[in-house]
Design a protein around this ligand. Structure first.
Ligand code: C2E
Ligand code: MG
Ligand code: MG
Ligand code: MG
Length: 276
């Protein structure tokens, strides 16, 4: 019967969820300890103006300096980090570290300091917790309004848009710029762009990697048109070759980020690059 099939499916689903939890448990414990023992760090990757070639912003990217496995990128641990017990402490640590670094560059460079972009997970939204944490940090470190922005992936926005509006508005009230990350790959309808005014969209690097194949050129071109006509800044991610850069410039893309310009690097390297 249908009911029997459904109940079998439910049991299988539960078993799978339990297996996933059990598989992740050791990593979750280890990651919690890593946070306590100072094994997490942020690298920073500059974003460049295509017109002037200047660094206009930096993106903070989480790394785990693992004692035996070397430096781990977020892909190795982010789904565990975004779990219920770790997302608040790790998210807060990322925010505090990024704010402290932004404040340090602001002290030396003043108005010329680059904007700091921080990636956040939608699991950090709900109940304005992140809004309050950020409000306190911005005040404590006297960061200029607009000098720290928040990136959320389109994929997460598509999944959570009904639950995150209030927190997004809270961030807006703090004058925190907001960017849609990995734009074009999140299976999102464009409805969320009408529901919430983002400041920036970041074209997913898979489209950039696909240049000069015409379909990618066409998609990038229409994203630039859409973003620009909505008053948003458009950034291309993952620029690796001069050819990609030249096509993006010709298409009118204002800003770029990628290995061609600079890899993510520790704060000291960025400090040297910025002359801070
Ligand atoms: P993202 O926000 O889209 O960040 C850009 C990713 O592309 C980074 O990967 C960066 O190292 C990589 N990248 C930059 N330029 C190039 C390039 O030219 N070619 C290629 N192939 N890759 C390039 P990373 O650091 O491994 O981070 C992966 C994702 O993890 C990020 O994607 C972001 O969604 C997430 N993430 C990183 N840090 C945090 C964090 O602190 N919190 C949260 N919630 N998510 C984070
Ligand atoms: Mg990002
Ligand atoms: Mg991205
Ligand atoms: Mg990406």
């Amino acid at each position: 019967s249908n009911a029997a099939v459904e109940s079998t499916a439910r049991v299988a689903d539960l078993a799978m969820r339990r297996a996933t939890l059990l598989r992740r448990a050791p990593l979750a414990i280890e990651l919690g300890e890593a946070l306590e023992h100072g094994q997490l760090r942020l690298d920073y990757q500059p974003l460049y103006s295509m017109g002037s070639g200047e660094v206009v912003a930096v993106e903070a990217l989480l790394r785990w300096q693992h004692p035996t496995r070397g430096t781990l990128p977020p892909a190795e641990f982010l789904d565990v980090a975004e779990g219920p017990h770790l997302i608040a402490p790790i998210g807060d640590w990322v925010m505090r570290t990024a704010v402290e670094q932004a404040a340090q560059w602001q002290r030396v460079l003043g108005e010329g300091a680059p904007r700091m972009w921080v990636n956040v997970s939608c699991n950090q939204f709900g109940g304005h917790r992140l809004v309050r944490v950020l409000e306190r940090l911005l005040e404590e470190h006297r960061l200029q309004p607009g000098s720290l922005g928040v990136e959320v992936t389109e994929r997460q926005l598509a999944r959570h848009i009904d639950d995150v509006g209030s927190d997004l508005n809270g961030l807006r009230d703090l004058h925190v710029p907001m960017a849609v990350d990995d734009f074009g790959t999140g299976y999102a309808s464009l409805d969320y762009l009408r529901r919430f005014p983002f400041d920036e969209i970041k074209i997913d690097r898979s489209f950039v990697a696909g240049l000069p194949v015409p379909i990618n050129t066409a998609i990038i071109s229409s994203i630039i048109t859409l973003g620009t006509s909505l008053g948003m800044t458009v950034v291309a991610e993952g620029v690796e070759t001069a050819e990609q850069r030249d096509i993006l410039t010709a298409l009118g893309c204002g800003f770029s980020q990628g290995y061609l310009f600079h890899r993510p690097a520790p704060a000291e390297a960025l400090t040297a690059l910025l002359g801070a």
